[in-house]
Design a protein around this ligand. Structure first.
Ligand code: CAO
Length: 424
């Protein structure tokens, strides 16, 4: 039995942040009804197209297990259909630009009138305040949330990360808010608003950098490489290259083949309890007892020297050999995996984190499955819907339109052209 079976989600999301959230809810068993503009749909369907005429990977990889209904919510009959959807569903999720839902006539007050049990969940770029009306995309959130200023090399420009912490990260936060609100509704009988701002989500994920901001008042951040290099600290948490964000120094080091392979590197952490084993492995047994090297604090001003020596050893091994040697000794290391290696990883495929999905327009493609595994609610990844693929079935089976009523709705132009189910 799927954990969220019976929960209906009115999914007004588009692009990445909102769809990430509703895709997770769909994997946990919710019936996610994605509402899209007739003939247009989620803009990502036609972004970064690799197969002309087919939905893009951008769309298909973010909209698994959902049903698609096309509906013009600015058409009078469309509004009537939307009212029925609001009355029928448990959760409304949206990530329109600020104010769009109010302009449509479906602000929070109206939603509560129509369905007091409704949970209305929103992603916006910023929370209430001077930026609340801004439209926001991933990298803007990374910059405004403190990630960019703390990512990159000390002497380089601020950097954004490849992980979509603004969009997908906020979608994750929102999903937690929604299931928490559903849980509270069990006791209160009432719905509530759930709001997740992308800036706030990124700030939450950058928690350790705000920790370091406050530690600066007590003196230099000694675990940062900058300290050992004698470079003074300013008044804000600096960029720290590939330094570890925790209390144990770490770096990315070259491995065998680095001259030609852009990803022949390993992450290596000189964790204090593993220090003696590290010394033995790299051939520096003297460092186990030598003053200036034996104790963690003494080593902090010598991180360059120490990591250079460790790198001399890692360069004699592939990144996988480094892992095979260090892992049994409890020395924390990790290979830098390329997306190609991840796509081909047997372990990730065996757990369903990397899945192959078939699609009637584009054929088989790889996707990321549900990264959270529930023992009683295993997620089966189903392909994303074609635009408006389920309009008729939702009008009939979910909203009860039939016969002349159905013809009236279709004739009004509110749902665009009905399409037949795709041949699999
Ligand atoms: N029928 C009729 N109209 C519809 C509709 C439907 N089914 N679905 C959407 N629309 C309308 C909206 O009502 C809106 O109309 P108005 O501007 O007249 O109110 C219009 O389409 C555009 O919607 P939008 O403002 O959400 O889209 P945009 O392209 O202008 O902005 C984005 C996109 C992402 C910048 C904005 O939605 C946003 O800031 N969202 C919140 C933050 C967020 O999620 N960002 C992450 C996006 S992923 O990087």
């Amino acid at each position: 039995m799927e954990a969220l079976k019976g929960i209906k989600i009115l999914d007004f999301t588009h692009v990445q942040s909102g769809p990430t959230c509703t895709q997770l809810l769909a994997w946990f068993g919710a019936d996610v009804i994605k509402v899209e503009r007739p003939g247009v749909g989620d803009a990502t369907r036609k972004q970064l197209v690799d197969r002309p005429g087919a939905d893009s990977l951008y769309f298909t990889m973010l909209n698994h297990n959902k049903r698609s209904v096309t509906l013009n919510t600015k058409n009078e009959t469309g509004k009537e259909v939307l009212e029925r959807l609001v009355k029928e569903c448990d959760v409304l999720v949206e990530n329109f630009a600020p104010g769009a839902l109010d302009r449509m006539g479906f602000g929070w007050e109206r939603i509560q009138e129509l369905n007091p049990r409704m949970i209305m969940a929103s992603v916006k770029g910023f929370g209430p305040g001077k930026y609340e009306n801004c439209k926001v995309y991933e990298n803007i959130a990374q910059c405004a949330g403190g990630s960019a200023s703390t990512t990159g090399d000390l002497d380089g420009v601020p950097m954004v990360t490849g992980a979509q912490i603004g969009d997908s990260g906020t979608g994750l936060h929102l999903a937690l808010g929604i299931v928490t609100a559903l849980f509270q509704r069990e006791r209160s009988g009432r719905g509530q608003r759930v709001q997740a701002a992308m800036q706030d989500g990124v700030v939450n994920l950058c928690r350790v950098k705000l920790r370091d901001q406050q530690r600066l008042e007590a003196g230099p951040l000694k675990e940062y490489s900058q300290f050992g290099l004698g470079i003074p600290f300013g008044d804000a948490t600096p960029r720290a290259g590939n330094d570890s964000g925790g209390g144990q120094p770490g770096r990315i080091l070259k491995c065998k083949g680095w001259e030609t392979d852009a990803n022949a590197y390993t992450y290596f952490i000189t964790q204090a309890p593993a220090w003696e084993k590290i010394c033995d492995v790299i051939g520096e047994p003297g460092w186990k007892t030598q003053p200036g090297y034996a104790k963690p604090d003494e080593r902090l001003d010598k991180l360059d020297e120490i990591f250079n020596r460790i790198e001399q050893w890692t360069m004699t091994k592939t990144k996988y050999e480094v892992m095979e040697t260090c892992d049994p000794l409890d020395i924390p290391v990790g290979p830098i995996l390329s997306m190609k290696e991840i796509a081909e990883d047997e372990g990730l495929r065996a757990t369903g984190t990397i899945v192959e999905v078939d699609h009637p327009e584009r054929g088989p493609y790889l996707s990321v499955g549900c990264p959270v595994k529930l023992s009683d609610s295993p997620a089966e990844v189903k392909r994303s819907p074609l635009l408006g693929e389920h309009t008729e079935e939702i009008l009939r089976d979910v909203l009860g339109y039939d016969g002349e009523e159905l013809e009236r709705v279709v004739g009004s132009g509110a749902v665009g052209e009905l399409r037949k189910a795709a041949a699999e």
